[in-house]
Design a protein around this ligand. Sequence first.
Ligand code: C5P
Length: 254
Amino acid sequence: MSSMSPTPAEPSPSRTAAVIPAAGRGVRLGPGTPKALRALGGTPMLIHAVRAMAASRAVTLVVLVAPPDGAAEVKNLIDGHALPERTDYVVVPGGATRQESVRLGLDALPDDVSVVLVHDAARPLVPVDTVDAVIEAVRDGAPAVVPALPLADTVKEVEPAEPGVPEPVLSTPVRVRLRAVQTPQGFDRDTLVRAHESVAVDGEGATDDAGMVERLGAPVVVVPGHEEAFKVTRPLDLVLAEAVLARRRANDGF
Ligand code: C5P
């Protein structure tokens, strides 16, 4: 009697999800509404960031990490704006630090997600080509991928001092070797989860997920970032973001 060999299980298709930490208060932008909920061109920054991720056809799920007491408000925002229908949207409450907020977002991912992007809500204007380039590099085998740009300014390492006191310079890193990193950062899901399990939240916590993966000893690579992927941090950044939106509208109109 011949025994039938079991049919090999279909490899489950690999899904890509984007986690958007948006739980910060954004104090450097001045007092008022949490930064991610502030309007740019009449639309909350968070919605721009969600659209930037959903613009990639590879992204089928966006997990939004809302301010801890603002999940209902963020759900309403998602329901109230037109977003691509091929993508699923989930809202979870965030934590006290960015690192905790990202971990809470990772906890909400379904099992079939194997590639994860982590994207700051504070980078609302990242172009889709940058998002796709990050995803492609992860799918090609890199466990962690960071979009980044060379620096215009020379950077000095200093001994921080009280405000008003001149700070002694310790060193000047060679500028040509430096990169300013942006988001979305892309990860093999298991690698990023391992990094979050092994790096304890220390003080303000990690400000960069790729840095946590570096601490695991896993390789991290850089792909070209984009000047429009800048982070809206200070009031002047809002002016620049409005100008970028106005330029896009003008270009779309012709
Ligand atoms: O403060 P910073 O600009 O570095 O924040 C980067 C991103 O992390 C922002 O999108 C912010 O909303 C998010 N964040 C968070 N939870 C915190 C602090 C920051 O999701 N507790």
